[in-house]
Write a protein that binds this ligand. Sequence first.
Ligand code: F0G
Length: 354
Amino acid sequence: MRWKGLLEEYKEFLPVNEATPLLTLNEGNTPLIKLDKLSEEWGVELYVKTEGTNPTGSFKDRGMVMAVAKAKEAGNNTVICASTGNTSAAAAAYATRAGMRCIVVIPEGKIAMGKLAQAVMYGAEIISIEGNFDQALQMVRTISETEPVALVNSVNPYRLDGQKTAAFEVCDQLGGQAPDILAIPVGNAGNISAYWKGFKEYHEAKQTGLPKIHGFEAAGAAAIVHNRVFENPETIATAIRIGNPASWQLAVQAQKESNGIIDEVTDEEIIAAYRKIAATEGVFAEPGSCASIAGVYKHIQSGKIAKGSKIVAILTGNGLKDPNTAIDVSPIKPVLLPNDEEAVAEHIRGVVHI
Ligand code: F0G
């Protein structure tokens, strides 16, 4: 049967009423893929949920379809958000789809190329500040209190409602059961909070059980792990370059209630995971997403995840979002040859191993 998008498919779990526009770009229903080689190598049962297959290439579409629909329902003409890139792409796309305007505030020089290309193409009003995400978020929170614009960052509770649907899908894709461990990158901490909400609600409705939530911040932006604001967060994973997460308390609650852990992974660990899943499993996710895989590996090594565990790692964004980092970290470079069939054939004979 044709997938109708989140607002229709999960109506009974969402704040959807007769007045809510059934906005959609056919978001949700993303694949759950078993990583066979890594499962065997690491002695676990490891799956990834590829949220980069959503319409704008990240999990943000789940939250944005709900938040923009509710903003439209409330009579707003304009939405606003701060973003490290993915939120702005999703906000711009759904606002356009809903016939609304979109204003995005981004940190200058710190958003990946693909994300900027999206905001431009979807027709957003783009403001780039010489500051970081936390400062941009502070600005838009204040501005949305006085100006006639609807704030669609994850401090808007409709965002978490939309995003919690991914937890429903994980349970359904595993045959009606939650995994043992849910591993997830943490930036502004909205998504980890949304997943926990989703798992609890689905368990209530369908007795799916509850996972332990293992959240992973980048080590240069690990406010929750160290219980202090990072004034100057820094990481190669620009998506999660956030020093003062808005949903900090909700994330800690998810960790505590689920008997989980919030930990940090270094840029080196993130890049190793980023390269490994692409090169050994054919799954290309953006660096920030790969904090989940890096964290799973770290916790298997340290014994915080037991051998044999069933793990779902969330890959939050598509690898194509950030082509520059891919090119920078990959050892593979194109071989330049003359436009000559014999030269190409000769080269291929040298690289093909029979
Ligand atoms: N992964 C990706 C690819 C992201 O873009 C983000 C957040 C996260 C993980 C973390 O999710 O903030 O809910 O803890 N990106 C936001 C943005 C901040 O502006 O696109 P979170």
